[in-house]
Design a protein around this ligand. Structure first.
Ligand code: FES
Ligand code: FES
Length: 151
């Protein structure tokens, strides 16, 4: 089946099979590999994207469900060639180790700061509770979100 939706401000089309996930369509058909496939079960958050402004796990959304809608991936957060403040803060605080979880954390943190510009530790922990990291121990990720909020 043919689907058409807006990705990072651009109209995109793809032929997908009926059960294909949005994550697979983004990565394999639209050459947007930023969203990661770590569990494909909605457990890790590495595939997080915004669908019509709502944070979702793209592995749990059918590509067909995105038809006619608007998707923003981690690739779409930069503006005019400049990294999003959350992306800069992750690199500046060393919140990235293997990096596999990072796109999902960045999308979720950017979504949080859009809604809550100066979040508390608890608000950050709650907002990022759907994202798993096996490397950092999470403290540097918290530091990164606070730094991005300050900036
Ligand atoms: S790959 Fe989607 S939640 Fe893990
Ligand atoms: S940096 Fe490796 S899983 Fe998070």
């Amino acid at each position: 089946m043919r689907v058409e939706f807006t990705v990072n401000g651009e109209k995109r089309e793809a032929d997908v099979w009926a059960g294909e996930s949005l994550l697979t369509a983004l990565r394999d058909r639209m050459q947007l590999p930023g969203s990661k496939n770590a569990c494909e079960q909605g457990e890790c958050g590495s595939c997080s994207v915004l669908l019509d402004g709502t944070l979702v796990c793209s592995c749990l959304v059918l590509a067909a469900q995105a038809d006619g809608h608007e998707v923003v991936t981690v690739e779409g957060l930069e503006e005019n060639g400049r990294l999003h403040p959350v992306q800069e803060a992750f690199t500046d605080t060393g919140a990235v180790q293997c990096g596999f979880c990072t796109p999902g954390f960045v999308v979720a943190a950017a979504d949080l700061l859009r809604r809550v510009p100066d979040p508390t530790d608890d608000e950050i922990r709650e907002a990022l509770s759907g994202n798993l990291c096996r490397c950092t121990g999470y403290q540097k990720i918290l530091d990164a979100v606070h730094l991005a909020a300050e900036r």
